[in-house]
Design a protein around this ligand. Sequence first.
Ligand SMILES: C[S@@+](CC[C@H](N)C(=O)[O-])C[C@H]1O[C@@H](n2cnc3c(N)ncnc32)[C@H](O)[C@@H]1O
Length: 354
Amino acid sequence: MSKIVNILKEQKSIPLDKFINIALYDKKFGYYMKKNPLGPRGDFITSPLISSLFAEMIAIWCVAFWENLGKPKKILLVELGPGDGSLSYDLLNSFKNFKKFYNSINIRLLEKSKKLKKIQKNKIKNKKVKWIQKISDLNSGPLIFLGNEFFDSLSIKQVYRKKNSYLEKYVKLSKNNKLDFFFKKAEKKLVKNIKKYKLLSSGNVIEYPSDAIKYLEIIGEKIKKYNGGILLFDYGYTKNKNKNTLQSVKDHKYLNILSDPGNSDITSHINYSFLTKILERKNLKIEKIITQSEFLQKLGIIERASIISKNQTFKEKANMFYRLKRLLHYKEMGVLFKTMFVHNKKTKFSLGFK
Ligand SMILES: C[S@@+](CC[C@H](N)C(=O)[O-])C[C@H]1O[C@@H](n2cnc3c(N)ncnc32)[C@H](O)[C@@H]1O
């Protein structure tokens, strides 16, 4: 907290997106820079850590996509924000069952946190895997970008509309060095973009994912140039909500965003219709956004679990199906989590989406 208090003493106020970036990614103070937040003993759990069946389904999808692209001799899988490395680790294990594909695939990981990078390096010891600093460094393809809960961990701006005026959310110090929100007139460029992307359909809260836009623009250009696509899993909504979706989590419980920055996760829900608009501007094909449950079931996750269960003890079976339920049930991760696939228009591939 002291780092943010010091910054605010100097700068008086900072916009919400800057506050989130410091709270999550400041080199010393940032939440993701200090610890591994994932897993039962961390603050939250993600699909790859719940069951390796999640990675298995994605592995099959990647192999089918590669076949559809004409089995290129080389293909790059770029995982965005790999956390503790579980997804790429499990993907590689599954890829080994498809020899030709395994020979063609290489993996690039984009990770901001040095702490997590170290955990990933200890977990995945495979020459096929390298870490990259920036997406702009990628200069060959085809490319498969893959992200699970990557975009929800990027910072956002929030703007409130009051009739015809637009007010941006900032953080400042109030009495006793406590953090507080307040609003300032939004800059013209931001208001122009909000109008350009038609971000306001109802309500009066506009969430503007400034970082996601930067990433998607460059990812879109790479897909256009080198062919391939992007497969995303994240929680979010498909129609503009205009609601405040910011949330903070610590020890698997929600807390106020301002109460423990640097020691709690801060995320927001993905506005899929907005992400779609960014990629449509790159003239790419966006498959219908579906739920995580639909995608995994179309790829045969239940059938696969049934086959595996034949050689399992009752306890193992119960554990596997309990985890499967967490991935698929509408009250758990099955429906709030959506899957999005965007690719070059010349590619005709929609496995899992039709
Ligand atoms: C919510 S975690 C998800 C981890 C993992 N994908 C999973 O599903 O278990 C977000 C991940 O994205 C990383 N991350 C966030 N912003 C990033 C950025 N701008 N560049 C690279 N990695 C980033 C975090 O450090 C973390 O590894």
